[in-house]
Design a protein around this ligand. Structure first.
Ligand SMILES: [Zn+2]
Length: 449
C-alpha cells in the first residue's frame, strides 16, 4: 500500500468538521486518518461543511464497513468548486449512460466492470468483444473514468500539470478503483518521468508490472492482461502492424493490423494525430506533429516476452492534458488555460455519439449583469470540415442542448473567425482566492510509487 497520497493541486479547499478545519483533499483520499473527528462531527452536528465556495456546501458523513467517510449531499456534487476534491459530474455525460452496475460508487471507492476480463481462461468463451451492451466498460470507458476521477478533464486558475502530475493523479484514481472486484492499480502501468538517477527503480517497477503478464503469456491456459496509459512518442509500421513507442518508456508495444484497425475506428481523431507523430514517415506539408496523444492499451505478453496490445484507445489532449478532438478544440483549451478560466471538458466514455458541449465554462458573468453568482456556459467549436448545409442545424441542436442543461451558449465557427472572444468572467470570481502555488510535481509523484 502506498503512503497516503495528497493531491498537490487541491490545497485550497477545507472541510469544517466539528468546528475543526481539515484539508478537503486529505480527508477525501484518506478518511481513515480522520475517524475520531468524523465520529464527533456525526454525533454533534450530523454533517460536515465543505468550504470550497463562499457559501459552504453540506457533506454527508457516511459509514461503510465500520469506517466513516464524507460524501456529497445528493445532487450537489456538481456545485462544488472545480478544484474541490468533492466535485464530480454525477448523472451527466458518458458516465451516466451506462446500465446500473457498470460503474458503482462504493464508499470512497469506485467499482467498475469491464467487457474484457483482466484474467482470461483460454477455455472460456471470451465475452462478446463487439458487445454494444452498456452493462460493462470498454477501454474508452476505463480511460475516461480514470481521467475524470483524476480531475484531468477540468482546469482551475493556478493549477499546473506536467507528466509527473498526470501520472500521480491517474494512479491515485486507480488506487480507489476496482475492476471486476480486483484492485486496478497493480494492473496499471503509467510510465514515470524518465530520470537517469532513478533508472533502477523505474526498471524495477516495469518488471513488476510485466512479470505476471510474462508468466501468464498468450500461450498459457490463463492469460493475464495489464493496462498501460502513456503519451505516444511515435508509431512505426512493422510487417505485422505497428510498434507504438511512448514517452518515458523504452520498450515498444506491438499492435497487429486487425487490432489497430479496430482501435482506429473507435479513436479516429487520436489515431490520425498519432500517425503524424510517426518519425519514420517523411510526410510533406504542415503536419501537426506537435499533438499530444494518450494511448490506453490493454496488453498481454507473447511467448517471446514482447508486449502486444489487444485493445486500445487513443485520445488527443491539449498541452494541459485536457482531452480534445481537433486542433481547434486544442487551441480553445489552450486559450482557456492561458486566460486562467475555470472549465470542464465533458467526456463521452464508450458512448461515442453523445451530444455534449465541447467545454463548459463555470465562471461566466450574466450578460445583463444581474446574476449575483457565476453561470455556466456551454462552448462549441465548429471545425472547417462541417458541411455548410448542416451548420445551421448543428448550431440549433447545440443551442437546444445548452438550454436543456440550463447553461448559456457560446460557439466559435473556425470558418468565419480566427480569434474567438471568450465570455466575460463574473466579477465575484476575480475576487476569489486562487489555488495555492503548486508544489513541484517532482516530489509528489516520487512518493506515489
Ligand atoms: Zn467542495
Amino acid at each position: 500500500m502506498a503512503s497516503p497520497l495528497h493531491p498537490v493541486n487541491q490545497r485550497r479547499a477545507t472541510v469544517l468538521l466539528a468546528g475543526q478545519a481539515v484539508p478537503a483533499a486529505a480527508i477525501r483520499s484518506g478518511p481513515e486518518a480522520f475517524q475520531e473527528v468524523l465520529a464527533r462531527a456525526k454525533t454533534q452536528f450530523g454533517s460536515a461543511l465543505c468550504q470550497c465556495k463562499r457559501s459552504p456546501l453540506r457533506l454527508v458523513i457516511r459509514e461503510r464497513n465500520n469506517k466513516l467517510h464524507l460524501a456529497c449531499w445528493p445532487d450537489q456534487a456538481q456545485e462544488h468548486a472545480l478544484d474541490c476534491p468533492f466535485y464530480s459530474i454525477e448523472g451527466q455525460g458518458g458516465r451516466a449512460a451506462y446500465d446500473q452496475g457498470a460503474i458503482t460508487p462504493d464508499g470512497n471507492d469506485t467499482k467498475i466492470k469491464l467487457h474484457h476480463p483482466v484474467v482470461q481462461k483460454r477455455t472460456e468463451a471470451s465475452r462478446d468483444s463487439e458487445a454494444k451492451s452498456r452493462s460493462r466498460l470498454h477501454i474508452w470507458g476505463l480511460l475516461h473514468h480514470l481521467w475524470e476521477s483524476a480531475g484531468l478533464n477540468r482546469w482551475y486558475p493556478g493549477w499546473t500539470r506536467d507528466w509527473g502530475m498526470v501520472r500521480y493523479v491517474l494512479r491515485r484514481a486507480a488506487q480507489t478503483t476496482t475492476v471486476d472486484n480486483e484492485p486496478l492499480l497493480p494492473s496499471l502501468y503509467v510510465p514515470p518521468p524518465w530520470s537517469h538517477k532513478r533508472r533502477d527503480a523505474i526498471a524495477q517497477q516495469w518488471s513488476q508490472f510485466k512479470h505476471p503478464l510474462i508468466t501468464n503469456h498468450r500461450g498459457t491456459n490463463t492469460v493475464f492482461s495489464g493496462f498501460i496509459i502513456g503519451s505516444i512518442k511515435s508509431m512505426e509500421k512493422t510487417p505485422y502492424g505497428f510498434a507504438i513507442r511512448m514517452h518515458h518508456m523504452g520498450e515498444p508495444i506491438y499492435i497487429d493490423e486487425a487490432t489497430s484497425a479496430r482501435l482506429a475506428s473507435y479513436s479516429r481523431k487520436g489515431w490520425a494525430a498519432a500517425r503524424l507523430l510517426d518519425t519514420t514517415s517523411q510526410k510533406a506539408g504542415p503536419a501537426d506533429t506537435t499533438a499530444h496523444v494518450i494511448a490506453a492499451l490493454r496488453v498481454q505478453a507473447s511467448a517471446s516476452r514482447t508486449l502486444v496490445a489487444i485493445e486500445g484507445a487513443m485520445m488527443r489532449v491539449s498541452k494541459a492534458w485536457i482531452p480534445v478532438s481537433s486542433s481547434y478544440e486544442e487551441a480553445m483549451a489552450d486559450a482557456l488555460v492561458e486566460s486562467d478560466r475555470r472549465f470542464v471538458r465533458p467526456l463521452h466514455y464508450d458512448i461515442h455519439h453523445l451530444d455534449q458541449p465541447h467545454f463548459v465554462l463555470t465562471d461566466c458573468a450574466d450578460p445583463q449583469g444581474r446574476d449575483p453568482l457565476p453561470r455556466k456556459v456551454a462552448m462549441f467549436v465548429y471545425g472547417k470540415g462541417i458541411d455548410e448545409a448542416y451548420q445551421a442545424k448543428i448550431e440549433r441542436n447545440d443551442a437546444d442542448l445548452a438550454q436543456r442543461l440550463g447553461y448559456g451558449m457560446w460557439s466559435w465557427n473556425t470558418k468565419t473567425s480566427t480569434t474567438p472572444t471568450l465570455p466575460a468572467v463574473h466579477p465575484s470570481v476575480t475576487a476569489e482566492p486562487r489555488a495555492a502555488p503548486p508544489q513541484s510535481s517532482d516530489t509528489a509523484p516520487a512518493s506515489a510509487n
